[in-house]
Design a binder for this molecule. Structure first.
Ligand code: FAD
Length: 409
């Protein structure tokens, strides 16, 4: 069969799956496309769920990846509220939870990730929440407001964004973190202390180096978080934000090669040549860093959707991108690019106290990653320098009197 004659089924109608469907049409793919998602909604954007949407600054319509009319216009059969239960790669079929079987020529797995559960007593109490879906966000929003107290388990980006949004809605927020500092897994110490101070100044409390032992409740509803020390942190709701795990069970059961995600190549192809995987569910090789990794970001979902769509329509592969991400908290725009692998030195540009600074992570004289707070020029230039693998001078990088354009020259 000619490549362009194949039927595509996309499993997972999220950011990656929705983008792949749109790109296939944009690249001239004319055969049937079916997009199957277990959520009741058409593909939507998750980042605002902890930011603008949670604070009430944007409405549900603005979350949608594409306007409602897009799917009919683009002739994409969108089947929401449907869970794919199993794959049979040897027959190129999949089975929906209700028993219906569908045949594909090319399959794209875009099943994303889910919140890592906290397996402790009381985790099933009402008011113990996670934040991944629009439905989760609705439940969180309903529990925030003046006189309410939110306990956030995990000082990662989503937890911090939710804390900032809780404060904006007049609720109290307390962040409980196992490590001695917040953002320990993902950010430099300078950033951890900067964000801690910034949140504290806006009324967020922090309990650091604390292990959570249980949720206490009354009448089936959470009333507090019990620490291993015995201390109880009272709350009206608790948000568990301790990371995400890939939804790769379908792939595993179908015999596809998996690590901490479905293993894919630069064309987002899995160990089965008829199956691609894209987005948060993948374990991909990062050419720039010479190692595999699982990325959880919109940029990654878009890049891999493009890789798969190019491969399926016979286009040349798109150029590799430097990974990037962002976080909005209060009036802070934090952006980072690259990954801090093999770093032997960190260069600070600007003063954290000014609320505008950047941290460059260097391996030798090359930038591996940049973290920028309210410093878009540093972020943009840093990202370009990473992509070019350009040699930089530490002293010039740290010198605010030298513009990033000149540093990059
Ligand atoms: P998802 O968007 O999770 O979509 C996967 C879909 O597949 C889901 O709808 C799921 O229900 C469905 N599915 C799973 N299994 C099945 C099945 N068996 N059958 C049918 N459907 C199935 N990234 C950034 O870059 N910047 C940010 O600021 C940012 N903020 C975020 C804030 C929040 C609150 C969250 C939750 C995420 C944030 N992210 C952010 C991450 C970003 O949203 C994800 O990287 C992105 O959504 C990944 O897209 P995806 O399509 O791989 O997965």
């Amino acid at each position: 069969m000619n490549k362009s004659d194949a039927r595509v089924i996309i499993v997972g109608a999220g950011h990656a799956g929705g983008t792949a469907a749109a790109l296939l049409r944009q690249f001239g793919y004319e055969k049937p496309i079916t997009l199957i998602g277990e959520e009741p909604l058409a593909p939507y954007q998750r980042p605002p769920l902890s930011k603008a949407w949670l604070k009430g600054e944007t409405d549900a319509e603005a979350l949608m990846l594409k306007p409602e009319s897009f799917y009919a216009e683009a002739d994409v059969a969108l089947r929401t509220g449907m869970r794919v239960a199993s794959l049979t790669p040897s027959q190129k079929t999949l089975t929906l939870q209700g028993g219906e079987t569908l045949a594909y020529d090319t399959l794209i797995l875009a099943t994303g990730a889910r919140p890592r559960p906290l397996m402790i007593p009381g985790a099933d109490l009402a008011g113990v929440l996670v934040l991944r879906s629009a439905a989760d966000a609705e439940a969180l929003k309903a529990s925030l407001g003046p006189g309410r107290r939110l306990a956030v388990i995990g000082g990662g980006y989503i937890g911090l964004e939710a804390s900032a949004s809780a404060r904006a809605l007049g609720a109290e927020a307390v962040v409980i973190e196992r490590e001695p500092r917040i953002l320990a897994r993902v950010a430099n110490e300078i950033l951890s202390s900067f964000f801690t101070d910034y949140h504290r100044a806006r009324g967020v409390e922090f309990v650091l180096g604390a292990s959570v032992a249980a949720f206490d409740g009354e009448g089936g509803k959470v009333t507090g978080v019990r620490l291993a020390s015995g201390e109880i942190i009272p709350c009206d709701a608790a948000l568990v934000g301790i990371g995400a795990i890939p939804n790769m069970e379908l792939a595993q059961a179908a015999g596809l090669a998996c690590a901490d995600g479905v293993i894919v190549d630069e064309a987002a192809r899995t160990s089965d040549p008829a199956i691609h995987a894209i987005g948060d569910v993948t374990w991909r090789h990062l050419a720039h860093y010479g190692r595999p990794f699982r990325l959880e970001s919109v940029a990654n979902a878009l890049e891999q959707a493009r890789q798969a769509a190019c491969a399926i329509t016979g286009r040349p592969p798109p150029p590799a991108e430097v990974t990037w991400n962002w976080s909005d908290q209060y009036d802070l725009k934090y952006q980072f690019a690259g990954l801090p692998f093999d770093v032997d030195e960190v260069v600070l540009r600007g003063e954290p106290a000014s609320g505008k600074f950047a941290i460059f992570h260097l391996a030798g004289d090359r930038i591996q990653a940049v973290e920028a707070v309210n410093a878009p020029a540093e972020f943009m230039a840093g990202r370009q320098l990473i992509a070019k693998r350009a040699a930089v001078s530490r002293t010039r990088l740290a010198d605010m009197t030298i513009s990033m354009k000149e540093v990059a020259a």
